[in-house]
Design a binder for this molecule. Sequence first.
Ligand code: ZN
Length: 113
Amino acid sequence: MKSVFVVLALVLAVLGVIFLIGSQGLILRLAVGTVLLASAVALIVAATRRPRLEQRTIVQRIELSGDVQQQELTCRNCGAALGPESVSVRAGAAFVTCRYCGAGYQLEEAPKW
Ligand SMILES: [Zn+2]
């Protein structure tokens, strides 16, 4: 896309120069040549300007299909209470990392039956 703009700008610039060095109709010729050159410069500026950086926010959500009971999350290994900072989402699954004993495991949903 960028190279298309550059080629178009070069064509406009060449046309502008041709109009400027032409031999007939001084004022109209100068006006057209100036407009063509200005368009060429504007195209070059537009083509070489850096695109803006895009900022994206990714929200990860966990869908729980079974009944959800509110209970305190405790470490399976040492029984310590786990806060929200101990739970992280990796590859779509919830992982628990205990900050007391260092144990790490995946949170599993209890079956409905
Ligand atoms: Zn633990």
